[in-house]
Design a protein around this ligand. Structure first.
Ligand code: CA
Length: 240
C-alpha cells in the first residue's frame, strides 16, 4: 500500500521529532530528558491510542515504541500504524528475549528493536542509524578531536590517519566523549550511558576503559582525555 502519510517527517534543519510511547513514567521521563539532551525534540504518549493520535496531529520522524502497554500493546500499535500508512521508522523496546517476539515485531513493521534494560547510548546510536537510513538526519559525519577521528557510520577510528582498533565499549565511550566536547562527565554518568542505566556503582570499570582508550589513542600526556579530579573526564577538542 502507498503510504498515506509520506510527508510526516519534520522539515530539515529542525531537531528530529522522536515520539516515545511508554506507560511507565520513570522510563518515559528518563527517555524524554536524555533524548532532549541529545538534540531531539521529544513527544511522549502513554498508550497506543495516544501514539496514533499524536501521529495524526503533527510531524514525527521516529517512534520509540514499548511493547508492554495497557490496552493496545506495542505489537498491535505497530500493526495499526503501518496499516494506517505511516512510513515513520519504529524502534521497539521489549523486555522479552524470546526470538519469536522479535520476529513478530519486525514482521509487523518495526525497523529495529532493543531489549530492556538497554544502555542509553545504544538507544541513541540505533535512533541515529534509523534516522540516517530514512534520510531524516543530516550531518551524521565524522567526529574529530585533535588528531583523532571517529566515523559513526563505518565504526572507524584513526589517529593522524592511522587506524586504531577499539573494542565496542571503548568505541562507545570515545563516541560519547566526542559528541560532547569539553563537557565534564561524571564517572557515574559514563557508566550509565555506556554500560546501561541499571548498572550499579562500580566506576572503576570506567577508569579502566579510559586508560585503555588513552593508551590506544597515544594520549600519554592525558591532553585529549583530561582527568577532572574528583569528578570524571572531559575531552579536549583542541588537543595537539
Ligand atoms: Ca511499558
Amino acid at each position: 500500500m502507498e503510504p498515506r502519510h509520506p510527508s510526516t517527517s519534520s522539515d530539515g534543519g529542525q531537531d528530529p521529532v522522536v515520539l516515545v510511547v511508554e506507560d511507565e513514567p520513570s522510563i518515559a521521563n528518563m527517555l524524554r530528558v536524555g533524548l532532549s539532551a541529545e538534540g531531539f525534540h521529544v513527544e511522549t504518549a502513554e498508550s497506543g491510542w495516544d501514539a496514533l493520535r499524536t501521529l495524526e496531529s503533527g510531524p514525527v520522524d521516529l517512534v520509540v515504541l514499548d511493547v508492554m502497554l495497557p490496552g493496545l500493546d506495542g505489537f498491535e500499535t505497530c500493526r495499526r500504524l503501518r496499516d494506517g500508512g505511516w512510513a515513520v521508522p519504529v524502534l521497539m523496546l521489549t523486555v522479552r528475549r524470546r526470538v519469536e517476539d522479535r520476529v513478530r515485531g519486525l514482521e509487523l513493521g518495526a525497523d529495529d528493536y532493543l531489549t530492556k534494560p538497554f544502555a542509553f547510548d545504544e538507544l541513541v546510536a540505533r535512533i541515529r542509524a534509523l534516522l540516517r537510513r530514512a534520510g531524516r538526519l543530516q550531518g551524521g559525519g565524522t567526529l574529530r578531536a585533535g588528531p583523532v577521528e571517529l566515523d559513526p557510520e563505518t565504526h572507524r577510528v584513526t589517529r593522524d590517519g592511522v587506524e586504531i582498533r577499539l573494542t565496542p565499549t571503548e568505541f562507545q565511550l570515545l563516541e560519547t566523549l566526542l559528541r560532547h566536547p569539553e563537557r565534564v562527565f561524571h564517572r557515574e554518568a559514563l557508566l550509565h550511558r555506556v554500560w546501561g542505566y541499571r548498572s550499579e556503582g562500580d566506576t572503576n570499570v570506567v577508569d579502566v576503559h579510559i586508560s585503555h582508550l588513552r593508551r590506544k589513542l597515544g594520549d600519554r600526556d592525558r591532553q585529549l582525555i583530561r582527568t577532572v579530579h574528583g569528578v570524571g573526564y572531559a575531552l579536549d577538542p583542541e588537543a595537539p
